[in-house]
Design a protein around this ligand. Structure first.
Ligand code: AP5
Ligand code: MG
Length: 206
């Protein structure tokens, strides 16, 4: 399996597709958002620092997330490929990554902004990491995987979502050109169902 980055706006479906890829190909799913949220829950010094940025819909400082990812990529389970979800999201992060890793492909999950607002507005998540959308839950409020209560992520409030989208346009979208210049970008039109998108992703991963 390749070393893959998933690019895409907040709510595009990076986490959803990353989970499917990692299950299918048996590689680790490295989500900086998930790592930061775990630290917030555990009340670590990193979590306490990260919380104020995340709650505002801003990015956590580059040096913090770069260190996290460098540590994670040095672990043994990353030797046979991995999926990076939500990292890099600034040019300095991408430059730092290029120094420590060989990225094969950047899959750009491309969704119109209007659709993103409805994907995030209906997102429900579980402590165990599972993610759902109200449109497919049929009123169910418990996690299908572990039975725990589902909840709404703190940064999915409408005003925070607007800020996250602005930050994405200013700081993360330029990465499409950064990896495009390296000939690594594959665009996936991601307006279809989760399964349809995953079928396209599998075609490009081979
Ligand atoms: P992070 O956790 O990475 O959030 P994000 O990039 O905003 O992306 P999301 O997780 O919100 O969306 P997603 O694309 O994973 O979509 P999902 O699959 O859940 O980051 C959070 C924060 O942490 C940042 O704001 C920042 O503060 C900090 N941070 C993280 N990384 C950082 C970094 N590198 N540098 C600095 N700061 C960093 O899907 C969304 C919803 O849509 C779900 O309900 C899902 O069920 C549904 N859905 C998915 N696909 C479909 C489909 N095809 N059709 C219908 N519904 C769908
Ligand atoms: Mg995610």
């Amino acid at each position: 399996m390749k070393n893959v980055i998933l690019l895409g706006a907040p709510g595009a479906g990076k986490g959803t597709q990353a989970a499917l890829i990692c299950e299918e190909y048996g590689v680790p799913h490295i989500s900086t958002g998930d790592i930061l949220r775990r630290n917030i829950k555990e009340g670590t010094p990193l979590g306490i620092k990260a919380k104020e940025y995340i709650d505002a819909g801003a990015l956590v400082p580059d040096e913090v997330v770069i260190g996290l990812v460098e540590d994670r990529l040095s672990q043994d389970d990353c030797k046979n490929g991995y999926v990076l979800d939500g990292f890099p999201r600034t040019i300095p992060q991408a430059e730092a990554l290029d120094k420590v890793a060989k990225i094969d492909m950047a899959i750009n999950i491309d969704v119109p902004f209007e659709m993103i607002v409805s994907r995030l507005g209906g997102r429900r998540v579980c402590k165990c990491g599972a993610t759902y959308h109200v449109s497919t839950l049929g009123g169910e409020t418990k996690c299908k995987a572990c039975g725990d209560d589902l909840f709404i992520r703190d940064d999915d409030k409408p005003e925070t979502v607007q800020n996250r989208l602005r930050v994405y346009q200013e700081q993360t979208q330029p990465l499409i050109d950064f990896y495009g210049a390296q000939g690594k970008v594959v665009d996936i039109a991601a307006t279809g169902s989760i399964d349809e998108i995953f079928a396209d992703v599998k075609k490009v991963l081979g």
